[in-house]
Design a protein around this ligand. Structure first.
Ligand SMILES: *[C@@H]1O[C@H](CO)[C@@H](O)[C@H](O)[C@H]1NC(C)=O
Ligand SMILES: *[C@@H]1O[C@H](CO)[C@@H](O)[C@H](O)[C@H]1NC(C)=O
Length: 352
């Protein structure tokens, strides 16, 4: 056994301990729906949960399928929002699912934490409204006649329950031992910002009753926005995220903007501690660092999806590919649309 080997093993152990702090519960998304989480014993076997999350699982087994669904929702939304960026949110088959990218206090980690906390709140609230759960249902605090004169009825989404569950299940990691204090503050802030993105986009949906839809009586309920809206809102916060550092104010530690010229961040903004890597090159020693070789890019765009930036100046290859499209669609009485299939050649660019 060489000294190098020992050092390397110690480093691996250290990295494993570090990554234990990341949002490993997202690994639930990798479970197939067949292995349903249906009893307390299953909670013990779930990979990626810390002890306190296993306890919450046992107390709320019926909610866990919603949590798993939330994890999947978070991953899907992240991949959608980052589809045109160098880091495209691709997952690994190992933990943490986003690799090293979320174990550092970067802007990308801020997004992942926010979208994950939001997705659990969202999925649990959905499950409450759908009547699948015994512990929660619709929000019965919303009732009576509104100031605008409509009748509250139907099933208002119980967002308070979903948010409270997300706070206890997702945030518990940050309150556990071994987490660096500044990272805990960063993660907790971004978790809360993610949940706020749902709360600030709650809307009122209504239905009219009366003779041929005359709307003599209107009943309304509070509903969550579609999750895409939440994802868009959090992505916007990602674009304008604030770099912060930890400072002691009295006896408490707080995060303040690193650049004192900037106005302080709000509860809804995302914050990060470290600048991101450029994500240009594949790094086999850094799980999740895939690089941009082979990525498609847009030759005319000057933005991050453009070949210049996406390929990090390495250049790109162009090939002609055939795409099949629907075209010359005609409406036939009544009621169908008939289209032709058109083939055309388009140029596709991929990074070297
Ligand atoms: C992300 O990009 C890599 C290439 O860098 C590609 O293999 C992968 O399929 C992409 N993932 C998603 C989710 O688009
Ligand atoms: C490429 O970028 C240009 C300019 O931003 C845009 O108008 C065009 O729709 C993009 N093409 C594709 C295929 O996304």
């Amino acid at each position: 056994m060489t000294a190098e080997y020992v050092l390397r093993s110690l480093l691996m152990l250290f990295l494993a301990l570090l990554s234990a702090n990341a949002s490993n519960w997202l690994y639930l998304a990798k479970l197939s729906s067949v292995g349903s989480i249906n009893d307390e014993e299953t909670c013990e076997r779930l990979r990626g949960l810390i002890h306190k999350q296993v306890q919450i699982c046992k107390r709320s087994v019926e909610v866990m399928d919603a949590v798993r669904h939330g994890a999947q929702l978070a991953i899907d939304e992240c991949q959608f929002q980052f589809r045109n960026r160098r880091w495209n949110c691709s997952t690994l088959e190992t933990m943490p699912v986003f690799g090293k990218v979320v174990t550092q206090g970067t802007r990308e980690a801020a997004f992942v934490y926010a979208i994950s906390a939001a997705s659990v709140a969202f999925a649990v609230t959905r499950a409450c409204s759908s009547g699948e759960l015994e512990k929660c249902g619709c929000d019965h605090n919303v009732h009576g006649v509104s100031p605008e004169g409509f009748q509250w009825s139907g099933c208002s989404d119980n967002i308070a329950y979903g948010v409270a569950f997300s706070q206890s299940f997702v945030d518990v990691r940050e309150r556990s031992k071994g987490q660096s204090p500044s990272r805990a503050l960063m993660n907790l802030h971004n978790n809360e910002a993610g949940r706020k993105a749902i709360l600030s986009h709650m809307r009122v949906e209504c239905k009219c009753h009366g003779v041929s839809g005359s709307c003599e009586v209107k009943t309304c309920w509070k509903a969550m926005p579609p999750f895409r809206k939440v994802g868009n809102a959090i992505k916007e916060k990602f674009d304008g995220a604030t770099e912060v550092e930890q400072r002691k104010v009295g006896t408490t530690k707080v995060l303040v903007p690193r650049n004192s010229q900037f106005k302080p961040h709000t509860d809804e903004d995302l914050v990060y501690l470290e600048p991101s890597p450029d994500f240009c090159d594949h790094d086999p020693r850094t799980p999740g660092m895939l690089g941009t070789a082979g990525r498609q890019c847009n030759r005319t765009s000057k933005a991050i999806d453009g070949c210049e930036l996406m390929c990090c100046g390495r250049g790109f290859q162009t090939e002609e590919v055939e795409v099949v499209d629907r075209c010359s669609c005609k409406f036939h009485w009544c009621c169908y649309v008939k289209c032709k299939q058109c083939r055309k050649m388009v140029e596709m660019h991929t990074c070297r």
